[in-house]
Structures are given as C-alpha cells and as structure tokens.
Design a protein around this ligand. Sequence first.
Ligand SMILES: [Zn+2]
Length: 155
Amino acid sequence: MAGTVYQSSLDWDPQRPQTTIITCVDGRWYPHFQEFARVHLNAGPRTDFVAVPGGIEPLTLIDLVPKDFNFLRRRLESLVEAHGTRRIVAVAHQDCAWYRARKIGPITIDLRERQIADLRRAASKLRELFTGVTVETYFARLSATEPQKVVFDVV
Ligand SMILES: [Zn+2]
C-alpha cells in the first residue's frame, strides 16, 4: 500500500555541500569516510557522495571500457555544474571486492598499488575535466592495532 510511512527526525537543510566524495559502495567504510570528511577535511557536517563499486575505477577506463568512463564522467559533469562543487575527494579502500574480483595476474600482486595508480590516473582526468575544482586522493586502510581502526593515507 502506498503512503507516507516515516518522517526523518532531522530538519531539512537546503544548503548544498561544496565537497563531493567519490568512493566505493562498501558500507563498512562509510562511517569512517564521513568522520574523515568532517574532522580531517573540514568539509562540514555533510558532503555529496558518488558511490559505485570500485570508486573512481571507471575514470581509468577511457580506452578499455569507454561507456563506463562516460557514464561516470557525464554524471560528475552534471553534478559539478548543478551543485557548484568546489572540491572532489576520491577515496579508495583496502580489501575492495571490486578490485579483488577484477584482479589480473598473480595472486600476490599488490592491489593497493594498483588502486593508488588508478587514483592518480583518475585525479589527473578529473583535473582535466574540472578546472577550478580541487581534487584530492586518499587510500583508507586498517591499522595494525587492536582493535582495528581505519587510517587514511594521502596518495
Ligand atoms: Zn570497495
């Protein structure tokens, strides 16, 4: 049956965030991404999020899978224009299922290295597409401490 079933307890704030975070969809990392954005990036209490499995990976596929590249590019162009985005923050994460599933080469190959190379490649593409927008890249990983924490490396 159709009809309203819930009202959020939070008041609506129409002001748009100036920061967009492009990241993976893995929900285990979200509270950490949000805290990172709020506390470290000073991006305010909210940011826009663009989430696809593997994060920025489609932006590295301009030659290999141009339709994937264009899917993300078109949506980012529309977002930056409509929302007045000033800052794009790309975050990759350790143990990403998308990267694991698409791994080419020996099992020992370092996915982190590939993800960081992809972040850099995507960042230069983003800077090319959006002059005037600041682009930053980070890799989120688990600490060696107990209990485990999430730490962010700038890359
Ligand atoms: Zn992932």
